[in-house]
Design a protein around this ligand. Structure first.
Ligand code: NDP
Ligand code: OXD
Length: 306
């Protein structure tokens, strides 16, 4: 069995080494043109030329949860596309969102500013019930985040394509219920995949539907947000702030107005990092399962786009 590794923007060597250790029966190679074709590929944003050079491929393993970049390529329908299925990401997303929600709700930024000015001042406690948290996407990551936020006794709402039942979470499903979900939400967390149906879903209309003083946390993809719509909503006071981890262009270009806006917080696509050890163990287990003719979790439906 031959495995090829093609990771645009990442060094392949530690992955090649880790996969080789996990699968000693296989030959694992960092991709180079003119190599013999492989049975399985481990990839991040590979070029079309890579896919075209792999006529015998059985499965492509994406070293991330989002497959939007991969689905831009022409991939033969017989090739399974397998996403990372959590592999240590959901706990990171839960940390990120709980931290952001609590920091916003408890006004820790304001306390920090007061402390820097040498002032010992209290702020009036706020009502948790006035800060309902709505999660767009209740999949592997959104489901875990919703449960984590609910532990802090915030009202939690969730929106997905198919209806879910999650303890402590008011679940809405389908486009027809998006409006009801938004009007009940004050802190909006986006954990949708980027597809034709979700591109631009964070826009003037949807963000205006949030409760006044709304707060946006976008940790899915930059293409979900219509960037030009955000700053007017912050400046008008309809939104009180935004924490953005993902952007239409990454790295966020120098001089982009988001860098300096006082109500926007920025992290560099770091809300949930791919953890190599966990990911290699998961991918190796799935390669063995596929080689035995078994089905595996995390297979992407290219029609659906996630
Ligand atoms: P999943 O595929 O497990 O979950 C996606 C969720 O979105 C599902 O609940 C799905 O509904 C819902 N959904 C999809 N399309 C629609 C739609 N049109 N209308 C309503 N709901 C919809 O994905 P993950 O939770 O694993 O990951 C989500 C995204 O997070 C990734 O695609 C990626 O873009 C992003 N991500 C970002 C990272 C970062 O560091 N910033 C790291 C990892 C991921 P249903 O359950 O009914 O199918
Ligand atoms: C992912 C990401 O999709 O890191 O896993 O963005």
């Amino acid at each position: 069995m031959r495995i090829t590794v093609c990771l645009t923007g990442n060094k392949p060597e530690p992955w090649v080494q880790g996969l080789q250790q996990a699968l000693p029966e296989a030959e694992v190679l960092a991709w180079a043109p003119c190599q013999p074709p492989a049975d399985y590929a481990v990839v991040w944003a590979p070029p079309q030329g890579f896919v075209d050079a792999q006529p015998g491929l059985k499965a492509l393993f994406n070293i991330g949860a989002g497959v939007d970049a991969l689905l831009q390529l022409a991939i033969p329908p017989a090739v399974r596309i397998v996403r990372l299925d959590d592999a240590g990401m959901s706990v990171q997303m839960a940390e990120y969102v709980c931290h952001a929600v609590i920091r916003h709700f408890r006004e820790f930024d304001a306390y920090e500013a007061e402390a820097r000015a040498g002032r010992w001042t209290y702020r009036a406690p706020r009502e948790r019930a006035d800060f309902p948290v709505g999660i767009l996407g209740l999949g592997v990551l959104g489901g875990r985040v919703a449960q984590a936020v609910a532990q802090f006794e915030f009202p939690v709402l969730g929106w997905s394509r198919s209806r879910k039942q999650i303890d402590g979470v008011r679940c809405f499903a389908g486009e027809a219920r998006l409006g009801d979900f938004l009007v009940g939400t004050r802190i909006l967390v986006n954990l949708l995949p980027l597809t034709d149906a979700t591109r631009g879903i964070l826009n003037r209309t949807t963000l205006s539907a949030l409760r006044r003083g709304g707060y946006l946390i976008n940790i899915a993809r930059g293409g979900h947000l219509v960037e030009d719509d955000l700053i007017p909503l912050l400046d008008s006071g309809h939104l009180s702030g935004a924490l953005l981890d993902v952007f239409e262009a990454e790295p966020l270009p120098a001089g982009h107005p988001f860098w300096t806006h006082p109500k926007i917080g920025i992290t560099p696509h770091a809300s949930a990092r791919t953890l190599r050890t966990e990911s290699i163990a998961q991918i190796a287990g799935k390669i063995r399962a596929l080689a035995r003719g078994e089905e595996v979790a995390g297979v992407v439906d290219p029609e659906r786009g996630y």
